[in-house]
Design a protein around this ligand. Structure first.
Ligand SMILES: C[N+](C)(C)CCCC[C@H](N)C(=O)O
Length: 288
């Protein structure tokens, strides 16, 4: 069919949701490492979360990404597939026998990345704000967390920062995702073609490995801007005000050295393999 059928939307949601539940604890640790300096590393962060916030602490800020993963994943794959159709006049089925050029795949991936980043921005902002709350969820008395949940977070941002407040960090997110989703799809297609005879469909094992490696490659290249994006999203809460992406980059390097750009790269990669292996497997499975 020439457009995104409904079942692909469902596939986008199911595969994204499965991957996300699996990956969310890793993501929470990453967000903490990137925007707070009080943790000595992955293990220390995990232990502190478990001790102070129980197991639930790892799943803060997950409800919104679960809801949004459907929209974000199917916009990403839908735009990617339709741009490739426009560039090469081939549908997904025809692409096995008439493989698009890596240039076309990169362009389609970048355009998909650009569009999905503006769908993702508000959901990602709420996720990061909730993940960075270190007060225990069940704490009574004084130490009440700033946001009681995702919807309270949205209304609080709207009140304090207006509608454009929900797009805080969206420019950095777009810069992070546009090139790296081009890399994501090129890596996936290149690895599939390495291990699949010409004209045939890749095996499930090939799809899993290619999808996982695509996830790692894109997250490694996305990590520097991922750190900046996270700080831009937390901006204004503790008084620090960045005057744009460059200012945030310069002051972060000045205060914490160039290593700040690689905060969370290990955990991003550990999380990215299973999440994206599942995402691509279900995507291919449903297309067949
Ligand atoms: C573009 N960037 C590398 C940031 C993400 C690429 C993979 C996105 C996937 N839904 C995941 O959660 O891993």
């Amino acid at each position: 069919s020439r457009t995104m059928p409904a079942e692909e939307f469902v596939a986008g949601w199911i595969s994204g949701a499965l991957g996300l539940i699996l990956g969310h604890p890793f993501d929470t640790i990453k967000v903490r490492l990137q925007s707070q300096s009080k943790y000595r590393g992955i293990f220390d962060c995990a232990m502190q979360i478990y001790q102070h916030e129980s197991i639930l602490g790892f799943f803060k800020g997950m409800s919104f990404p679960i809801a949004s993963i459907a929209i974000v994943n199917s916009v990403l794959f839908g735009v990617y597939s339709n741009v490739l159709l426009a560039l090469t006049s081939t549908t997904h089925q025809e692409r096995r026998s008439q493989p698009p050029s890596y240039t076309d795949i990169f362009i389609a991936g970048c355009i998909g990345g650009f569009v999905q980043s503006y769908c993702l921005a508000p959901f990602d902002l709420v996720k990061v704000r909730l993940q960075n709350q270190t007060e225990p969820k069940v704490q009574l008395g004084s130490l009440q967390p700033r946001y009681r949940g995702p919807l309270h977070c949205v209304s609080s941002i709207l009140q304090k920062e207006g509608p454009q407040g929900l797009l805080r960090g969206s420019g950095t997110l777009m810069l992070r995702d546009t090139p790296t989703l081009g890399i994501y799809f090129v890596t996936y297609e290149w690895l599939c073609r390495q291990y699949t005879p010409k004209g045939q469909n890749p095996s499930s094992a090939t799809v899993l490995v290619a999808g996982g490696c695509a996830g790692i490659t894109s997250w490694v290249t996305a990590t520097p801007l991922d750190v900046i994006k996270c700080r831009m999203q937390m901006d204004g809460l503790k008084g620090k005000v960045y005057h744009g992406v460059l200012d945030c980059m310069v002051s972060s390097v000045r205060q914490e050295g160039p290593g700040v750009f690689f905060r969370g790269i290990t955990i991003n990669s550990a999380r990215a393999f299973p999440v994206n292996a599942i995402t691509f497997l279900s995507y291919e499975y449903l297309l067949r």
